[in-house]
Design a protein around this ligand. Structure first.
Ligand code: DAT
Ligand code: MG
Length: 138
């Protein structure tokens, strides 16, 4: 049994998509093992996106993620890390396939990647790091 960390980003919360996205995860067979509404600050986002903190788009990304509340949580299930990433679809909404969460719900302005609805950990190491960062060592 694996655990992954997810964020439903401000666009998902504002558009009232939280229930529908969580329902997709539950229908897939994931268990919601943690769930919270949280406002992020720049420090936690810099740690969360540590590999992106020196990118030119980081400030815009952080401003967007701090703009409104997030829904954060964890899913438990077999191969849940890879499966949730597959359900999310490609990072850039222009490339995400129909049927994926981003492919069905995300529409970023032409040439941009954000907003793109949701986050999922990309490896077991990232999942462990992100769960500890957002929820503390459980
Ligand atoms: P993912 O969210 O699919 O794991 P990532 O970790 O590469 O993708 O990037 C994290 C977030 O940063 C992504 O969801 C949106 C934003 N982002 C990535 N690349 C970007 C870019 N070139 N311009 C603007 N935002 C970007
Ligand atoms: Mg990522």
């Amino acid at each position: 049994m694996e655990e992954t960390f997810f964020i439903l980003k401000p666009d998902a919360v504002e558009r009232g998509l939280v229930g529908e996205i969580l329902q997709r995860a539950e229908r897939r067979g994931f268990t919601i093992s943690r769930l919270e509404v949280r406002k992020a600050d720049r420090a936690i986002l810099a740690a969360h996106y540590e590999d992106l903190a020196d990118k030119p788009f980081f400030d815009g990304l952080a401003d967007f993620m701090m703009s409104r509340p997030l829904v954060i949580g964890t899913f438990s299930g077999n191969d849940v890390i890879k499966s949730w990433r597959q359900m999310l679809g490609a990072t850039n909404p222009a490339d995400s396939a129909p049927g994926t969460i981003r492919g069905d719900f995300a529409m970023a302005p032409s040439g941009t990647v954000m907003p793109n609805i949701a986050h999922g950990s990309d490896s077991p190491e990232s999942a462990q790091r992100e769960i500890a960062l957002w929820f503390g060592q459980a």
